[in-house]
Write a protein that binds this ligand. Sequence first.
Ligand code: PMP
Length: 301
Amino acid sequence: MPYETKYIWLDGKFVPFAQAKIHIINHSLHYGSAVFEGIRCYKTAKGSAVFRLTEHIDRLFHSGAVMGMKIPYKKVEIIKIIKELIRKNKLSECYIRPIIFYGNCMKVDPHGASVHFSIIIWPWGKLLNKDSVTVKTSPFIRIHPQSSIMSAKISGHYVNSSISSMQATKAGYDEALLLDYRGNIAEGPGENIFFVKKKIINTPKKGTILPGITRDSIEKIVIDLGYKFVQKEIKPKDIKNYEEAFFTGTAAEVNAIGKIDNYKFGQGKEGKAVKEIKEKYIRIIHGEEKKYEKWLSYINA
Ligand code: PMP
């Protein structure tokens, strides 16, 4: 199993991998009420470091608050535990998945249910296994912002992601693209999307998307690289006005999009702008850019 490590942290203890089990009477399993994060740890010259750990933990606690969870740990404790889990599992690079879920309750309203917290880590390569991916506009739209709270990373939201991914990959594409309820481009099932026209980078506004932490990093990086960063409403008919497009996300990192439906960007390969942004991002996550070292939490610090 690719996810197997020595330890998983569950409800206050580091337990051997095979013993990290939960009961079938579990609110989050039945109703999708868990909240989670996806974080990455990278090798640097000063040892392993977790990228934007504080921001991910802030978002996790925000998601927990949205779901009404009383989290029995402080953020600083969780940060310490994540670093210890990486050290104990002796992984120099890994993906980190904290998850908070409701336990012993079978009513839809989880009021009074037990709250559980687990952290799993495993070595994980890039999510999208190609330098340039093909994308299919999904017949499913992104969740209406009045149907949930889209700034929270709630397990249940991922039914919308999974169903659109399955539809796209079955049709022979690498990934899906979801529109919002107004017909604007929203995001991928697990990635934010960006478009490039000369020295301008456009990305959909917040509201119907998960405001990605990578998206926030990219905003700062592209401004630094001399691009103009503009958040705006983008319609599918606007795609042909752009020279390049890319996805970002903790798991996907920075990944060129070669084609959306029948429209090919240039040769359908990674273009100049995406290459430049991706290379800068890779340098930053590996601690090779002093200015951005503030985004790294060293596991031995
Ligand atoms: N949108 C969705 C739907 C996602 O699942 C993710 C991955 N967390 C992202 C965007 C990118 O977010 P981040 O950069 O914080 O990983």
